[in-house]
Every structure is written in C-alpha cells, then in structure tokens.
Write a protein that binds this ligand. Structure first.
Ligand SMILES: Nc1ncnc2c1ncn2[C@@H]1O[C@H](COP(=O)(O)OP(=O)(O)OP(=O)(O)O)[C@@H](O)[C@H]1O
Length: 337
C-alpha cells in the first residue's frame, strides 16, 4: 500500500442482525490529514469509525492500518495504538485529570517520571496549566475543559492515528469554535492522522482537509476538499446538506483570485487600505462594507504579495468570485480531491 495512506477501508460491510449499516465502503485516509465524515443521523458514520479500532467488527471487507489488517491485531493492543475521543469524553470520574491523561501510559508500564512529564506536556499543549488542572476531578471542569482533557488523554502516547466521534458536540458554540481552531493547530504540529465524525457541516468544512459526505449505508456521496463540496455538490444529497448558508460558507472558504478583479484602468478606487490577492472573500466583503471612499462603486485596490496594485475589487468582484467557485466546469487546478 502507498505510504501516503494511513487507513484504508476496502469493500467494508457491517450488518447488525441482518440490517445493513455499512454497505461496501471503500475509502482511504491519507497520512497526516484530517478527514471528516459527515451525513445524516443513522447513515453509518460511527459504525465506520468504530470498525477502525475494532470496537465494532466488520461483517466483510478489510481495514488496513498502514500495511496491517486490523483484524490481525489484538483489539486491546490496537486501541492503545489508536487514540479515540468521543462526545462527553468519558473521563473516569474518580480519577484526577492527571490520572485520566496517564491512562494508556499506565497500561503500557511507563515509569512515574516519564508519565508525569508527558502529562504536564500534554496538558500544556491543550491549553490547561498543569499546576492548576492536574489534581482536579472531572466534575470540577467545564465542558470545554473536559473535552481538552479527553484530547490530551487520546494523544498521551502520541498515536499516529486519532479517531474522533462528535468530539466537540458537548461544547457551546463559542468554546467549540475555539477548540476546533486549537485542535487543528495541534493536529498539524503533531502530524496526526485524524478521522472525525460530525453531524455539523460547518464543523466539517471548517476543520477538514477533506470531507466525506455519506448517505444511508455509509454510501460515499462525495469525497473532496471543503471548498469543492460546498461549491460543487456532487449529488442532490450533498446539495441538501450544504444548501442552507451555502453562500456564507463560500465566502469563508473562497479566496480572491486575479481573474475576479476589475481592471484598475477602468475606474478610480476608494482610498481604503488595499486588499491582498488571495484574501478570504468574507474579509473582502467586510473591507468593502467598511470603506466609504472616492470610487462611486466603493471599489478597493488589490495588491499582490509584492505590494503591486494588480486590480480593483468591488461588489461585482465578489459576485464574479462566487460564480467562478460554483461553475460546474472548473479549471483542473481547482480540483484538490
Ligand atoms: N449495536 C447496534 N445494533 C444494531 N443496530 C445498530 C447498532 N449500532 C448502530 N446500529 C444501526 O446502524 C445504523 C448506523 O448507525 P451509526 O451509529 O453508525 O450511524 P451514525 O451515522 O453515526 O448516526 P448518528 O449521527 O445518529 O450518531 C443505524 O441504523 C443504527 O440504528
């Protein structure tokens, strides 16, 4: 198998008492990527995830972790190698934060000093000061703090693969956005391969390197970059999922390109601060809204990385960019999946 692939599902099937939950799923998770599974309730997301660490046994097909068939690995040993984070975390209530994080190192027989150093390091990594938090009990933490401890516990032995099932589901929207952001930074720094399940399409497109949209039976409707999924849904089911709020998502995901710009020679530009080529479209909309200047259409100058003016951006620019992103026949370079 390619060394770029961390986990491969090969014609995987799962039946529960004759009812098919996962039907012939083939899917590769690339090494170091954050792959997010999204889809309606009951479509087989959790079952898919739980087959990777053998909390659920497949009825057919193969799941490869690197070069190993997971069914050849002892399930307990497997779960020590794959981190797992679930909603509401499942911290042990009668163990302190430090003891919770030290669970797998304890099972692996690490000595006390190594374990303590690792616990301190991990708590710091997830933004919890060990001096303040190590000795606390789970009930003395907020939901967001518990979630951080759950992530620290899952990362304790630096597993190459992390499975996350609705990991931020129990956290309020503000705390959730912050945790998502911090988690992505952590995941990039550590190079961990992450397979994550969510109901929330916004969470999926905000966090994922690639999004997998599933329908009933874990049927893959689309596997592509967040922008691709939002801009060019591959099926009516995907269109349904991204339909509401699609323009807002496109503004957050899309970037300003040279072909979107108005020509500088055509008209004057407003005196506002220039916008950079490659800016988020949402930031351009904010800049256009906040500028009142000389140009009748409120256009702003656009500069490249060297500070050279390369065009002007107006409301028409935004519309042009949105049309470019959603065009059904994109340039090949636009395709990232
Ligand atoms: N242990 C089980 N026994 C019998 N049926 C099950 C079991 N676990 C899941 N199922 C069924 O398998 C299907 C897929 O369930 P799964 O939990 O994987 O879906 P999901 O996409 O994660 O759903 P949700 O988003 O609601 O958590 C559902 O129809 C569910 O009822």
């Amino acid at each position: 198998m390619s060394t770029d692939v961390a986990i491969r599902f090969d014609a995987v099937r799962k039946e529960y008492a004759g009812a098919v939950a996962v039907d012939d799923l083939s899917l590769s998770v690339r090494r170091g990527e954050l792959l997010v599974l999204v889809g309606p309730s009951g479509c087989g997301k959790s079952t898919t995830l739980r087959m990777a660490n053998r909390l659920v046994e497949p009825s057919g097909g193969r799941i490869l972790l690197g070069d190993e068939d997971v069914t050849d690995v002892d399930p307990v040993a497997l779960r020590r190698r794959i981190g797992y984070v679930i909603q509401n975390v499942g911290l042990f209530p009668h163990r302190t934060v430090a003891q919770n994080v030290a669970t797998v190192p304890g099972l692996l027989g690490w000595d006390r000093r190594r374990t303590r150093e690792r616990v301190d390091e991990l708590l710091t990594l997830v933004g919890l000061d060990p001096a303040r938090y190590a000795a606390r009990w789970p009930h003395e933490l907020s939901g967001g703090e518990r979630q951080r401890v759950g992530v620290a516990r899952a990362l304790a032995t630096d597993p190459p693969v992390l499975l996350m099932d609705e990991p931020f589901g129990a956290v309020d929207p503000v705390g959730r956005a912050r945790l998502q952001h911090e988690f992505i930074r952590l995941q990039r720094d550590l190079g961990t391969t992450v397979m994550m399940v969510t109901h929330d399409i916004d969470e999926a497109v905000r966090m994922a390197d690639r999004v997998v949209v599933l329908s009933r039976g874990a049927h893959v409707e689309q596997l592509a970059s967040p922008l691709e999924v939002v801009a060019r849904p591959a099926s009516p089911a995907v269109a349904d999922l991204v339909g509401r709020g699609r323009t807002a998502r496109l503004l957050a995901l899309g970037r300003l390109e040279r072909s979107d710009l108005d020509d500088v020679a055509d008209a004057p530009v407003a005196a506002g601060a220039p916008v950079r080529l490659g800016s988020e479209l949402g930031d351009l909309v904010s800049a256009l809204t906040e500028t009142t200047g000389a140009a009748p259409d409120g256009a702003l100058p656009v500069v490249d990385d060297d500070g050279r003016t390369v065009g002007r951006a107006s409301a028409a620019t935004v519309v042009r960019a949105l049309r470019r992103l959603t065009a059904q026949d994109p340039e090949p370079a636009d395709r990232t999946a």
